[in-house]
Design a protein around this ligand. Sequence first.
Ligand code: GLN
Length: 528
Amino acid sequence: MKKKYVVVTGGVLSGIGKGILSASVARVMKECGVEVNTLKIDPYLNIDAGTMNPNQHGEVFVTEDGYEADLDLGHYERFLGQNMRRENNMTAGQIFKSVIDKEREGSFLGATVQMVPHVTEEIKSRIRKIPGQLIMIEIGGTVGDIEGEIFLEAVRELWVEEGSENFLFLHVTYVPYLRVTNEFKTKPTQQSVQLLRRIGIQPQMIAVRSELPVEENELRKIALFGGVNREMVFNFPDSKNVYDVPSIVYSYGIHIRIAEKLNLDIVESFQWDYPKVFSSSKIAIVGKYLGTDDAYKSITESICLCGANKPEIIDSQSFEDMTQEQIEMALSCYDGIIIPGGFGKRGIEGKISVIKYAREHNVPLLGICLGMQLIVIEFARNVRGMAGANSSEFDSSTAYPVIDLMEEQKKVMNLGGTMRLGAQKTPVEEKTLLMEAYGEAVTFERHRHRYEVNHEEFGDLFCTPDNPSTDKLTVSSMADFVEAVEISDRDFFLGIQYHPEFKSKVGAPAPLFSLFVKKVMERKRSKQ
Ligand code: GLN
């Protein structure tokens, strides 16, 4: 059977949940027995998201094969329960680089290299290589963006070449509600459909995002002006729980419409098990990227998938001018603390103060990547009296570089895609919290770092689970590097060099988060 495509475009504004909707539709189609795959197209010129500041663009999601992706791949993985790879994300940077490299190699010898056909050919050939029966293609940004035009042109060409019976264009728009006049406004939606048509794409389905449910009159108007049947217009008002969206997609029968349009055989069935009620625990993520909630997306989602309340993101820098009492006051309301990953010196001292508080007050603490490195620094400074202990990332002249650049990183010249990346084998020692979480001796966890614990020089800071000691950190995972440390006489005080958050799926949160949330809840109950 020919491959089928659903192309998801966005109109009016970005950030309206196109990724969630694409992931939800994909999941429903998968439940109906279709072999689904997804592609996120990011029209920016970066080769990947790895060099982008999470403040602006949200978290960098790391795949098993070590690709630094847009966070939408995280939605796809969690919703689809299926790992993504490098080929599931495409950026303008990759496309242009490859076309220009080919030009220099002489592959186009004699030809004038042009946007059409050379760039569009490159895009189409990459799309065609994606395996699967149904490919959901989400084009980032909104229709009308300069960067996105070439990708829209490419999918338009693909639609001509592959046959319209194999294509469905789904346009996701936003309908604002004007409180003063008490009405919904459909004009921006009409105009964004016009923009699509101007480049030769007529959507067959429109998903209308809105704050409140849009009225029937407006939906009919959108159908009329958008040139689609009324039964192909679906309203998605804001929902409190993003994991409700697949059920809404199913209840609307969107899968049936897609199957009819694409002539796909489906079995109507939908099993979707996700947390619907959330415990009232208060968990803090002590962050430094505060520009968008998305900067710590996979961590937040991992917590929610364990059935706990959405964690609060608090500013690590705010702790830097506080007295000990003020820090205690500010943190006393939290049942658990997460120190997430990050780069650069800003906010580091605040995070260290929070770790000290958690260690001294036995508050469950999970340190992820940078968070684990800071656990080691705090311990060296405050338990072992190594004043000024630091990572050479933040202080190149420290007397105690307990965290140091990995040997292989010393040769690295370029910053893009050169960290230690992707899934690596991480052993789990017996008689540790880590083992309580995983219950198995070997796991594969995703990494993204340049620095490591300087175990060679400061081995005396650490002990094995067999010889626990209160003035040492227990190493609960040792590969070529220290992968995890913990303090054994605390309820939950653990740091890992890797990022467990990237492996959470709906119905199967990462084991470390399940155990962390369990310990948080135990502590909360014992306090009551
Ligand atoms: N900056 C640290 C390193 O490069 C931590 C990285 C991270 O938290 N992802 O090792």
